[in-house]
Design a binder for this molecule. Structure first.
Ligand SMILES: [Cu+2]
Length: 439
C-alpha cells in the first residue's frame, strides 16, 4: 500500500516520463479449428524500430490469440521449425494426456504434432507455451507464448466489454544487448529481465476511449512476480482469474501475479478527461508497464451489472491429503524430475487436499495439469488468501515460509500429468513431477 501511495503521488506531480512510447501490439485472433501453429525464429519490431530476433508462433510475438467457444473441437497441428525439440502445452485447458503437451511428447525440428481435443470447460483466459524438459525457460523467453480464450454462454450473458474493448495483455520481462538482441542468461535463482514487454512491445501505450475496458492479463515472465496497480491510485475491478469468473467481483488497488497466473480486470476510463494518461505499473520493480491514453470520445455505455457473480460450487471434503515440499530450486519432496518416473497416483473423481510447502528459494508458482483446483488456505508468509485466488485456479503462488492448501479433483481423464514450479528456471532444473490419474 505504501508503494502505491508513493507511485501515485509521483504521478500526481506530473513529472511525466520522457520515454518515447510505442503502440501496443495486439496479436490476431484465430479459431482452434483446422489451426496450424508453426514455431520458428523471426525478426520482429518491438516498437520504435527496435528489431530483435525472437522465436514466434505463426510469426507473431506473442502468438495469435486463440478464441474458442465451450463445446468446440480443437484440431491443431504444431509444426516445429525451431533448431531444437519442442511441444505445445495448453495451460489451463483440461485435456487428455496425448493432447496435454508434456515433456515426453516433444518433437524434433521439422516434425509435426496433431492435437485433437474438445473444449469442455468454463470460460477463461488460458494460454499456450512450450513444455520440453530443461528448455521451457529458453523457449518461452525467446517469445513462444500466446493467449487461449474460452467463451461460454454464462459469460456472454453478462454483457462484458468485447471487441476492441477486450484486450489481452501478456506481460513479461526481457534484457537486451547494446545491439538490441534479447539476452537469456538465467541463474539458478531464475531469470530477471531489465525491462517489461507487453504483447512483445517495448514501452507500450494504448489509446483508449472513454469506456470500460476488459483486460485479460497473463504473467508470461519466466520468474518475475508482478504487483500491478494504476498510477493514479484508481482501482481495477477484478472479475476473473485462471479458471474464469470469480464468485464475486471486487475493486482492487493492487493485484499480484505469479508466473503463469491470469487475471481478468475491468478498468473504467469513462470519467477521465480527454488527454489523460494513466499508467499500469508494477509496484514490485517500480516499472511503468503500459500507458493508457484517454481519447476525446463520448462516454461509451457499459452494459454489465457490477459486482458480477458466478456460481462456483465448492469441491466436497477431501478423502486424502498429500504434502509436497518445494525444496531449494530443483526438487519436489526431495526428487528431481524424471520423465520416466510416476511419483503418485490419484483416483479419478476423488477430491484430495494438496498441501504445498517450501524450505526456501520461493516464490514457487505451483502449477498442476489435468484439473483446476480451489485454494483453501495460506498460512505463514503473507498469511491470507487474496481476492484473485477465489474460484478456480491452475497456478498458485507459494512464497517463502508459506504453506498453501488446495482442494483438487480430477474428474475428466485418466492418464499421466505433471505438477511443477512455474518459475521456468526451477521447472527446467527439475522442480516437476509426474503423477497418474487412475480409474
Ligand atoms: Cu520454484
Amino acid at each position: 500500500m505504501d508503494n502505491l501511495k508513493v507511485s501515485a503521488s509521483k504521478e500526481a506531480k506530473g513529472g511525466g516520463s520522457t520515454v518515447a512510447r510505442n503502440l501496443l501490439y495486439l496479436p490476431a485472433e484465430v479459431k482452434p479449428t483446422a489451426l496450424s501453429i508453426t514455431a520458428a525464429p523471426i525478426t520482429v519490431n518491438l516498437g520504435g524500430g527496435n528489431n530483435a530476433q525472437v522465436w514466434a508462433y505463426n510469426q507473431s510475438f506473442p502468438g495469435p490469440t486463440i478464441r474458442a467457444n465451450r463445446g468446440d473441437n480443437a484440431t491443431i497441428t504444431f509444426q516445429n521449425q525451431l533448431p531444437e525439440h519442442s511441444i505445445i502445452h495448453w495451460h489451463g485447458l483440461v485435456v487428455s494426456t496425448e493432447n496435454d503437451g508434456q515433456p515426453q511428447q516433444a518433437i524434433q525440428t521439422g516434425e509435426t504434432y496433431d492435437y485433437n481435443f474438445s473444449i469442455n470447460q468454463r470460460a477463461a483466459f488460458n494460454w499456450y507455451h512450450p513444455h520440453p524438459h530443461m528448455m521451457t525457460g529458453e523457449q518461452v523467453y525467446n517469445g513462444l507464448a500466446g493467449g487461449f480464450i474460452v467463451n461460454d454462454s454464462e459469460e456472454s450473458a453478462k454483457n462484458l466489454p468485447s471487441g476492441k474493448y477486450e484486450v489481452p495483455l501478456v506481460i513479461r520481462d526481457a534484457t537486451f544487448s547494446k545491439s538490441g538482441d534479447m539476452l537469456y542468461k538465467p541463474t539458478s535463482g531464475g531469470f530477471f529481465g531489465q525491462i517489461a514487454l507487453v504483447n512483445g512491445t517495448k514501452d507500450p501505450y494504448l489509446d483508449v476511449d472513454r469506456a470500460v475496458y476488459r483486460f485479460r492479463i497473463l504473467n508470461g515472465a519466466n520468474s518475475r512476480v508482478f504487483g500491478l496497480a494504476l498510477s493514479n491510485g484508481a482501482s481495477m475491478h477484478l472479475i476473473g482469474n485462471d479458471g474464469g469468473l470469480l464468485p464475486l467481483s471486487s475493486d482492487q488497488a493492487r493485484i499480484d501475479m505469479g508466473n503463469g497466473e491470469r487475471t481478468d480486470v475491468l478498468i473504467d476510463f469513462r470519467n477521465y478527461p480527454a488527454g489523460s494518461k494513466i499508467m499500469l505499473r508494477d509496484l514490485r520493480a517500480g516499472w511503468d508497464i503500459l500507458e493508457f491514453r484517454v481519447g476525446n470520445t463520448e462516454q461509451k455505455p457499459f452494459y454489465a451489472t457490477l459486482p458480477l457473480t458466478s456460481a462456483v460450487e465448492p469441491l466436497p471434503a477431501a478423502v486424502k491429503t498429500r504434502t509436497f515440499s518445494f525444496d531449494g530450486m530443483t526438487k519436489i519432496n526431495g526428487n528431481l524430475y524424471d520423465v520416466n518416473r510416476i511419483d503418485w497416483t490419484v483416483k479419478k473423481g476423488d477430491t484430495e487436499l494438496w498441501v504445498f510447502k517450501t524450505n526456501g528459494n520461493a516464490p514457487h508458482p505451483v502449477h498442476i495439469h489435468g484439473a483446476s483446483f480451489q485454494v483453501v488456505s495460506r498460512s505463514g508468509g503473507r498469511g491470507k488468501l487474496f481476492a484473485w485466488e477465489a474460484g478456480w485456479k491452475d497456478t498458485v503462488l507459494l512464497e517463502d515460509r508459506e504453506t498453501v492448501t488446495v482442494r483438487i479433483r480430477f474428474d475428466s481423464f485418466t492418464g499421466r500429468y505433471v505438477m511443477h514450479c512455474h518459475k521456468l528456471e526451477h521447472e527446467d532444473m527439475g522442480m516437476m513431477a509426474n503423477f497418474e490419474v487412475v480409474q
